[in-house]
Design a protein around this ligand. Structure first.
Ligand SMILES: Nc1ncnc2c1ncn2[C@@H]1O[C@H](COP(=O)(O)OP(=O)(O)O)[C@@H](O)[C@H]1O
Ligand SMILES: [Mg+2]
Length: 434
């Protein structure tokens, strides 16, 4: 049984699609603001449109028009200015300063102004800031750099300590998505020695509390249904500690109500958790509703768990394709092919599966009834049952990737190292292939 990543391009991992360097750092979502951009070039106008469609700008209302500074001066003569004004310029410096002075006369005091220009000059930058411009960005720059600059106007230092959200969802029910989510949370908080929380979003049927042998009186539903009351202290009271570093927000797992949630129902809870906890794992139920799609779109990282059969393959492929369009500036979801090698079951081979999926390397997790069965029955994590199990090192390596860190050494981790050596792969190849 293979316990390594399978690349659709065979064993040449260097050919696999790689996440852009830009995606490695955290970018906080922008708040509910109005943005208006005045562009001089079609290129920049295209970038604004693309940025407006990014998951980090879903709360903003963004308008774009051509005409640069002249159009902006014309537009705001008798109209209020938006929260954020982005103006592309190319003219002479003196003219720019004169125009900025005129614009200042119409600008509301809380409007932030970002100027886009061609001159890479620190003196110009300083002079612009002195005039009250919030930022000056020099072309050319990538879409994520642009979004990060805008985001930093609103989050400042908060972005430094911003928690990373990792969503785990199954391509079908029962494929082991929750099991992976819980063990991944366990692996990340232990390997990276960081605080983390698992949020069970499978409200009617979630098993997080059972899997950690807990019986909490309250959980995530109390947060979701009291958006006006939630703050740090309120959420702290709802969670239960499962280890020194890992807590859970459990699902009610009762059927006394229907859980038809509004699209943004989970946002407030996620916002609070992001400001207090370095890693937030969301156990997302296998559903396609407005709110589950919204949560999947909003995640910093996504993991799809699937099994090696045709229906899973079709669903995983559809999910990946749809999420690629919803998250166009992010790398594709990570895929775990779970329960591989179930005795007597005809299966699609990992290499075939990876080829058809066309989403980068797969992580292959073997079927192990004894290990997973004991963990489930005892309310323990698999590492507590067998620390040397393949899935333990796989999830730890994945955890490093998801958190944007390099594992100390993949080869040291036992069976996986031997397997990598046999395949002639470099020891860091697992970590490199997002
Ligand atoms: N690799 C595996 N080998 C054997 N059993 C597994 C494996 N992964 C998960 N399971 C078992 O599958 C069952 C369903 O898992 P669960 O995580 O609840 O699925 P999902 O959240 O996708 O509906 C659990 O009893 C779990 O222990
Ligand atoms: Mg589940």
């Amino acid at each position: 049984m293979s316990d390594v990543s399978v690349s659709p391009h065979g064993d040449d991992f260097s050919q696999a699609p790689r996440a852009s360097e830009e995606t490695e750092t955290q970018i906080a979502p922008l708040p509910r603001i109005s943005i208006q951009a005045f562009c001089e070039t079609e290129e920049f106008a295209g970038m604004i449109e693309e940025a407006a469609a990014d998951r980090r700008l879903t709360r903003t209302v963004t308008k774009t028009q051509m005409g640069g500074m002249t159009a902006a001066l014309e537009a705001f003569r008798d109209k209020p200015t938006p929260n954020l004004l982005v103006i592309e310029t190319s003219g002479a410096r003196e003219l720019l300063f004169r125009q900025l002075e005129s614009l200042a006369a119409f600008c509301d005091s809380d409007t932030k102004l970002v100027v886009i220009g061609n001159e890479n000059d620190i003196k110009l930058y300083r002079d612009l800031l002195k005039l009250g411009v919030s930022d000056y960005i020099v072309k050319p720059f990538g879409i994520l750099t642009f979004i990060r600059q805008l985001s930093s106007l609103y989050s400042g230092e908060v972005a430094q300590g911003l928690g990373r959200t990792i969503g785990v969802v199954g391509a079908k029910g029962g494929v082991g998505a929750s099991t992976i989510a819980h063990n991944l949370g366990w692996a990340i908080t232990r390997s990276l020695k960081t605080q983390g929380i698992i949020v069970d979003l499978d409200l009617p049927f979630g098993t997080t509390a059972l899997d950690f042998n807990q019986d909490p009186p309250q959980g995530v539903a109390d947060a979701i249904y009291s958006p006006d009351r939630i703050d740090e202290t309120f959420i702290d009271r709802l969670m239960v500690k499962c280890s020194d570093r890992l807590s859970i927000l459990s699902a009610p797992a009762t059927l006394d109500r229907l859980y038809d949630l509004p699209e943004t129902a989970i946002d407030a809870t996620i916002d609070i958790l992001r400001s207090t906890t370095p890693v937030i794992i969301l156990d997302i139920p296998h559903q396609w509703m407005a709110w589950t799609r919204h949560v999947m779109t909003a995640m910093d990282e996504l993991v799809i768990v699937t099994a090696p059969d045709l229906a899973n393959l079709r669903n995983a492929r559809n999910l990946i394709q749809t999420l690629k369009t919803l998250r166009r500036n992010d790398h594709p979801p990570h895929v775990i092919l779970n329960t591989v090698g179930l005795p007597k079951r005809p299966e699609i081979s990992p290499v075939e599966f990876a080829k058809t999926l066309d989403a980068g390397p797969l992580i292959v997790s073997p079927f192990d009834a004894k290990l997973f069965g004991s963990a489930t029955n005892n309310g323990q994590m698999v590492e507590e049952i067998d620390p040397s199990a393949q899935i333990v090192s796989l999830l730890s390596s994945l955890g490093y990737q998801l958190m944007g860190r390099t594992p100390p050494s993949v080869v040291k981790t036992g069976p996986i190292g031997a397997m990598l050596a046999r395949l002639g792969l470099k020891k860091t190849s697992l970590a490199q292939n997002a």
